[in-house]
Design a protein around this ligand. Structure first.
Ligand code: SF4
Length: 216
């Protein structure tokens, strides 16, 4: 894919930290409300499952699939007890359904056995669950447990590169770089707004630079 040269860099501060702050403020004016694109209805377990389903799948598809999924299996106990084939059939439209269904059932069993069916509250405990990596753990920490974190999804990685906030591409390194320059208390909201902006303007293919509010 041809590299995109971001026109907004001309009007943004040169220093990375100052640029991240300016971007945070600009995104906030475009999107006063920062929100998670996964419609998890304030249920931490749902968010955990939906975040697992969102790997290499759109949030829109995950939201659609989740309606039938949680009608059939509303909580960790029901996922733990269900035949694996039932979970596979329900999550199949999200792709990678064997591994997704297996890890969701495995972590549901751990939640039931160790945590009374609830989602644990620390990043270390989240990372110990099958299929849960740093992106999911950080999403949970920020959106459910009030401890903002960087969530390096595909939009965040792409836009951070275009904005020269990092020259890395792997999620862990992007996360480390952004942690240094995005204020801690704003990290989750910053990443949610980046997702919105990445969908609306700064798309992977054909970014709408002519309409981009960051260049105004
Ligand atoms: S859409 Fe805006 S932020 Fe994205 S590359 Fe174009 S000018 Fe830069």
């Amino acid at each position: 894919m041809k590299e995109v040269v971001c026109a907004a860099l001309k009007v943004l501060p040169r220093g990375k930290k100052a640029r991240a702050q300016a971007l945070g403020a600009a995104l906030k004016s475009v999107y006063p409300e920062a929100f998670c694109a996964l419609e998890y209805e304030a249920d931490p377990f749902r968010l955990l499952v939906m975040a697992r389903l969102s790997a290499q799948c759109t949030d829109k598809r995950v939201n659609q699939v989740s309606k039938a999924l949680f009608s059939a299996l509303p909580d960790a106990a029901s996922f733990a007890a269900a035949p694996l084939e039932q979970i596979e059939a329900l999550v199949k439209p999200c792709g990678l359904y064997h591994t997704k269904a297996k890890s969701i059932q495995d972590f549901s069993r751990i939640l039931v056995e160790r945590y009374g069916g609830e989602v644990p509250r620390t990043k270390e405990e989240l990372l110990a669950l099958p299929g849960v990596g740093e992106k999911i753990a950080n999403l949970m920490m920020g959106d459910v447990f009030g401890d903002p974190h960087i969530v390096a999804d595909t939009h965040c990685i792409r836009l951070s590169g275009r904005w020269r906030l990092t020259d890395r591409r792997d999620p862990a390194r992007v996360t480390r770089d952004l942690e240094q320059i995005v204020p801690k208390e704003e990290q989750s909201d910053f990443c949610h707004r980046v997702v919105s902006f990445g969908r609306d303007f700064c798309r992977a293919q054909n970014p709408d630079c002519a309409a981009c509010p960051l260049t105004k």
